[in-house]
Design a protein around this ligand. Structure first.
Ligand code: OKP
Ligand code: ZN
Length: 339
């Protein structure tokens, strides 16, 4: 399996995030990517596809904000990471506000997504990693490739960040696959948290099927999205499928949900699969509540490989750093078994 990663993805290192009224150490640490990469003997650097594929998903003003935010923060005399404190929950619209404080709130839905001096570089190369892996999976005879994306992407929307995510790598990959000639692209999101950004980007688009298996948002972040009744906008009803599962879910029930997701993808007639893979379904993950064991991961990936679709696997979450490399390697290994 070819693995893509760029060292600049590890530069982004926010100090802290706001959680339950307290500042806590940032969970999405650079070491996550490092410990995964150590489980692969050869790693390819991504090609630079430039800005165009990013702008097929994200608004230009949002991308410009991401790129310039930390510089504007420093120019305003601030120290530390950019974090907003005023969020427009009603009548949000593209105001041409100039204060960085205002923009930091306009373009975010939470306070878990700080911008550092290196965030743009890391997010940009994470997206390039997704693009290169997609191009590789799309080649006849290749079948599957792994983009070691970090920072992750699935919570980021067209013009907002959130949940440690800035650029939506999976959505950028899906649009890229379309550009390479695939007309029925499915996104399967297996991160513990619902991929609200990816869902939002494709909600009214009948040509991309978004399926997510995740912790029930009644109990878990991101709370406001990922409920079973969210099935796609008018003109695209049925092109979103949400499968929320309760705390404590183990491999047996998870596998039933995955089987349903895979049959739905096959019935929809997918010709390319983007897999948003989070290892935070692991039993000891510090911020999640499923009970998937290390030996379960290759069972899941083996099930997915039986779809027989060209597949790009993109890294999302997974926060038990000591076990993360092994868990991801086990998952990737199960995929390769069928090759
Ligand atoms: C990102 B991904 C932890 C509370 C949760 C944000 C979670 C983002 C998860 N202090 N805050 O989907 O793995
Ligand atoms: Zn997650």
């Amino acid at each position: 399996m070819i693995v893509f990663f760029d060292f600049r993805q590890a530069l982004h290192a926010p100090v802290r995030e706001l959680h339950n009224g307290e500042w806590v150490a940032y969970n999405e640490v650079p070491e996550r990517a490092a410990c995964i990469s150590r489980h692969f003997s050869s790693i390819a650097g991504p090609e630079d596809h430039g800005m165009a594929p990013l702008l097929r998903v994200h608004d230009r003003d949002y991308v410009e904000f991401l790129r310039a935010a930390h510089g504007e923060w420093v120019a305003a005399g601030r120290a530390g990471d950019v974090i907003g404190y005023t969020f427009p929950v009603v009548q949000r619209r593209p105001l041409s506000l100039t204060r960085i404080d205002a923009k930091a709130g306009l373009y975010a839905f939470d306070a878990a997504t700080p911008i550092t001096a290196d965030t743009w570089s890391s997010a940009y190369w994470s997206a390039q990693t997704a693009l290169s892996a997609t191009g590789c999976a799309a080649k006849p005879g290749m079948g599957v490739a792994f983009g070691l994306c970090r920072p992750p992407g699935h919570h980021a929307g067209r013009n907002y960040m959130g949940g440690y995510c800035y650029l939506n790598n999976a959505a950028i990959a899906a649009r890229h696959a379309q550009g390479l000639g695939f007309s029925r692209v499915a996104v399967l999101d297996m991160d513990y948290h619902h991929g609200n950004g990816t869902q939002d980007i494709f909600y009214d688009d009948p040509d991309v099927f978004f399926v997510s298996i995740h912790g029930d948002p009644q109990k878990d972040y991101p709370f406001f999205w990922g409920h079973a009744d969210e099935q796609g906008g008018s003109g695209a009803v049925g092109s979103t499928l949400n499968i929320p599962l309760p705390h404590g879910t183990q491999i047996d029930k998870y596998r039933v949900a995955l089987d349903f997701a895979l049959r739905s993808i096959a019935n929809w007639g997918a010709d390319f699969l983007v897999l948003s893979f989070g290892a935070d379904t692991f039993e000891d993950d510090p911020i999640s509540n499923f009970r998937i064991r290390r030996e379960d991961f290759p069972v899941l990936s083996s099930d997915i490989s039986k779809l027989g679709l060209p597949t790009v696997i993109l890294m999302e979450g997974g926060y038990h750093v000591a076990a993360l490399g092994e868990n991801v390697a086990a998952f990737i290994q199960g995929f390769s078994n069928g090759e």
